[in-house]
Design a binder for this molecule. Structure first.
Ligand SMILES: *Cc1c(COP(=O)(O)O)cnc(C)c1O
Length: 364
């Protein structure tokens, strides 16, 4: 078996050990004579898998007892609608208001969706600098009548990350952690709600994890579909209907793997080292550039450009031939992007840097 180094932004690399374990358990799960995919989600066996996955996630993130963990479908994009439907407050749509911080493509999509249900006040936007930084705390213009404040701690496309958790006073803080959850420890108690599509740092696509403070449940706006009501999901243990059982199981294997690696402090140390190496190589080489303010550089998604964009295609072809996959930047911005999530090893980053150095020397 040959495993290439995979820098895909999502669906992203999974730990090889997790895939091997899934393969071993595939056709005959724990000697039961059937696969996990073929079991009732209400069976004792499956429920034990689902509950263990939740407990391991709670352990990893030290999630306080007054938070529910939901395993939902529809990706992070469905959360762009579920958040306003569950968290807007007031007696009529005219009163539905929230603050949003705009730091890039994913913030924009969240904002556009919230506007379908109520009004959005921009607490800050970095669009004028082409989304190459995050706003500072004292640049946030928070409004008195917002039901919540939404932001994107790690913008996957621009490679821009907040280096602090915004202080929003008594307003619930809502965060789209799709591309950076589990990359380092997190103080969950600072948030009203956290959501994350699975396919970057959790497991396969098809699952979206929501971590929500209990007191925020049970006040959906009129017309909210049953499946979009967090309280319905919470009361049913995320099994109001059939959940994506295989994705949930595989996420559970990833959580176990993270614990075996030493948990999130250990992951953070490796992730910081990986990112530091790559950024310092880029900064030290005239042929490569990254436009993001140093304090806001993502440790998960590292976009970079070549001095001569005419060489982009050659770079991509030669890196792929060298076993370094999926380095093209997002279709909206071009250039390159290396996503270096938890499952992307330090060896992969070293191999990438060696390739980049060689390429710059030959073509630069
Ligand atoms: C990938 C991503 C999304 C979209 O996720 P889907 O699961 O495809 O809907 C949203 N927000 C961020 C920050 C992302 O990285």
């Amino acid at each position: 078996m040959t495993r290439a180094y995979n820098f895909c932004a999502g669906p992203a690399a999974l730990p090889t050990a997790v895939l091997e374990r899934a393969r071993e358990e595939m056709a005959d799960w724990h000697g039961k004579g059937l696969s996990i995919m073929e079991m009732s989600h209400r069976s004792k066996d499956y429920v034990s898998v689902a509950e263990k996955a939740e407990q391991d996630l709670r352990d990893l993130l030290a999630i306080p007892a007054n938070y529910k963990v939901l395993f939902m479908q529809g990706g992070a994009s469905s959360q762009f609608a579920m958040v306003p439907m569950n968290l807007f407050r007031g007696d009529s749509p005219e009163q539905f208001r929230a603050d949003y911080i705009n730091t890039g493509q994913w913030s924009k999509k969240a904002i556009a969706e919230a506007k379908r249900y109520g009004s959005v006040h921009l607490a800050a936007s970095t669009e004028s600098n082409n989304f190459t930084s995050a706003p500072l705390q004292d640049e946030l213009n928070l409004s008195a009548d917002a039901a919540y404040v939404h932001y994107t701690p790690n913008e996957t496309i621009g490679g821009v990350a907040f280096d602090y958790i915004p202080d929003t006073g008594d307003k619930p803080l809502v965060a789209d952690f799709s591309s950076s959850i589990l990359s380092e420890p997190l103080d969950v108690s600072r948030f009203g709600l956290i959501y994350a599509g699975a396919q970057k740092n959790i497991g396969p696509a098809g699952l979206c994890v929501v971590i929500v403070r209990e007191d925020l449940l049970g006040q959906v706006i009129p017309g909210t579909p049953t499946m979009f009501d967090y309280k319905v999901a919470a009361d049913a243990g995320s099994m109001y209907n059939t959940p994506p059982t295989y994705s949930w199981y595989l996420a559970g294997l990833v959580f176990e793997w993270l614990k075996e690696q030493g948990g999130l402090n250990a992951m953070a140390a490796v992730n910081r080292r990986k990112a530091e190496k790559l950024y310092s190589f880029i900064d030290g080489n005239d042929f490569y550039a990254n436009p993001v303010a140093i304090a806001n550089r993502s440790i998960m998604n590292v976009p970079f450009t070549l001095a001569d964009a005419a060489l982009d295609k050659t770079f991509l072809a030669e890196s792929e031939a060298a076993g370094l996959l999926n380095l093209a930047g997002h279709r909206s911005v071009g250039g390159m992007r290396a996503s270096i999530y938890n499952a992307v090893s330090e060896d992969a980053v070293d191999a990438l840097i060696a390739f980049m150095a060689d390429f710059a020397q030959k073509r630069g």
